[in-house]
Ligand binder design. Sequence first.
Ligand code: 5MM
Length: 347
Amino acid sequence: MGDRIMNTQALIDTAQALVADHKGLLAMDESTPTCNRRFAALGIPQTEDARRAWRELIIVTRGLNECISGVILYDETIRQHTQEGTSFLNVLIESGILAGIKVDMGAKEVPEHPGEKITAGLDGLSERLAEYAQMGARFAKWRAVFAIGEALPGHPCIEANAHALACYAALCQDAGLVPVVEPEVLMTGTHTLARCQEVTVQVLTSVFHHLQEQEVMLEGIILKPNMVLPGLNCAEHSTADAVTDATIACLLQVVPVTVPGIAFLSGGQSPQMASSRLNALNTVSKTPLPWALTFSFARAIQQPALEIWHGENVNVEAAQAALLHRARCNHAARRGAYTDAMEQSNP
Ligand code: 5MM
């Protein structure tokens, strides 16, 4: 707690820097199994060197720093180097992009609660955070997942995940790292927009309750939630306006005004849809919202580029152009300037 107080101004400055200049975050913190799964779907070899090459392609993309304030790395990635031998961390630091690190150890099944998961990783977390901070990381990330079902998510699962998120956030601030707090209500399912709103309110209420109990300084966090959306297999159509209104209403209901920024995850939305919804969220409100609304997308920035790259050196330049295009679209969406024309003019 003493360290947290000492770190106050630095934490506030980092959190502000993450949402400054209409920039957002690029999540490239897929764990090895997740990254391998995405590679396997495209026939890319699932090797450490292929993962390294892909992550190098991303971080050396020229112009990325004009749209991206911070990237979230994975433990393997934060220790890797470019082909020429520069550490990834130095590449980022030199381009003015803040380095973040995923520190949870994954969402684990709970045998007595089928369909629910609790995120692990608190054991030894202080030591890991100290090492990452010493390496040069400025922020961290922990994700909890909540599936919607008839009786899901249950109260014990919400409480356990919210408590762990708050413990993680407190330890991060003690270590001088800004915690990105990611409670993700999943899109999979047949639930309606209203049900997603109800569950997201429930989850975020519990998260902020625990953050306050652990005396986490809210000016020094970034919230990374889902947008409020109907389930992927919902029979009922929701208009774009309804999605925007539900998301804003939910956030206004539960997110304290002291939180500097909300950086949405994309959650499996198409890249265009994620940009378009972020744009709407940044244009709809007549009165200014208390927090910056930005992005912390993984798939919605990386996927088109990954499909072009396909593991082949010859495709690196085209893949970087696609990556930069998505970063620019989301940078535009943050200031309500994203248009369909931006997609049509993309090579
Ligand atoms: C929801 O996943 C996060 C955001 O990604 P999308 O924008 O694609 O939804 C992402 O940061 C995720 O937490 C990491 O990729 C780590 O995932 P795993 O499943 O490997 O822990």
